[in-house]
Design a protein around this ligand. Sequence first.
Ligand code: SF4
Length: 491
Amino acid sequence: MTLSKSQYIRGLQCHKSLWLYKNKPELRDTPDSAQESLFNTGYQVGDLAKNLFPKGVEIEFDASNFNGMIQKTEEFIANDTKVIYEATFKENDIFAMADILVKNGDAWNIYEVKGSTSVKEYHLNDAAIQWYALSNAIKINRTYIVHINNSYVREGELDIKELFTIEDVTDEVLIRQDDIPLYLSQMDEILQGNMPDIDIGTHCSDPHGCDFWDYCWKHIPRPSVFNLYRMWGSKKFELYYKGIVSYDDIINNNIPLNDTQKLQVEAYQSGTVTINKPIIKEFLDEIQYPINFFDFETFQNAIPRFENQRPYGQIPFQYSLHILHKDGTLEHKEFLGDENSDPRLALIEQMLSDITPIGSIVAYNQSFEIGRIKDLASFAPEYEQELLAFNERFLDLIVPFRQKGYYHPDFNGSFSIKAVLPAMFPGNDELNYKKLGSVQNGGDAMDTFANLHLLKDKSKRDEIRKDLLAYCHLDTLAMVRILEKLYEIAG
Ligand code: SF4
């Protein structure tokens, strides 16, 4: 049995996942855009980190000829090469590629590059299996994890020495060596037998969301105990393992629930909407015209592109603003930054002229918008006062829902706008995110804009920009319609 490093990590998380990966790969879930974006970030970060140890030689990836990659590595090592990128080995039944290998006297240092901002437990396991394999072929001195330093702020040229943090993990890696043979023999045994009988559990999402989710979770009804509002994952599994899975099971077993969970289960049973008018009225009483319905879209870069940008800092690049006046007139304003330059200053300036000087600013889950406005205020201190003054005027449209002023059985324990909107407006195409183009959620918007500058085809870029505008427009239109409905309900 030969395992790659990532298969070993998969096996540590769940033996069934490893078995399925080796025997039934067709059952894997299709990766979503967020996962693809994570992979792309990993490649970009890995490439950049090579500059920490310049003038190395690279083993080109060739999926059809791993032996050729291994042979090339051996040749470079024999020829006294000092730095090798993607050095490839098959030793001790492990196939491993070291991101950066650096000669240190008569031994080598290993540098594994990660796009995260800290060293995680699974990085240590990854470095440990790497050491286990490579130490069979070369003498190793130390092993390091290279990760992003999230306190770095770009000023001028990118400073890769500041952008990356290099942590020596040799001691943690050596501690793990003794256990590896046992883990490998367990995995070997598993792979020689039938699919292991492993039930779902917290291991399905720790440390990674498993990509056999749809296959393993297909017996879970909807709704189920896993949809209960704000219940700990461990508690949900405790109930599941006792056979309490559906809402009927919860009712029949008199499981103690908090108020929101109770409402969730009762609404499912009765199929009716629960309305508490005083809660809705209390919220509506605070609103002042003109009402500014406001929503940001943001993107993140692991590698800062712009001045005064931090790794993974949320940069607003777009907003949509619907303004509802007292006479019922509805106006729409919007901003979408140029993907080739820092959008923040232009966004701030337009925002200051678009948002009305008086009246409420309504957001859904306002802490996000308020947080981004604070970021913008520190980015552009010349506008700090005006920007922070906006934060005094926010009202959060999620509040009447969280306070149970209106509960629809189809919310299914979620008060996000993506759950609330279709439940309140079923069959309404104008308010259907699924009818939009390539951008249908905040994650799509974030990934799409972050990569838009890389797209050469202008017409394709224009098309995507239209999709971005349509998506953000719907976010604020949805708020307008929800608020109108609350007024209607409150009478
Ligand atoms: S979904 Fe859970 S049980 Fe199934 S293979 Fe993945 S981790 Fe294992």
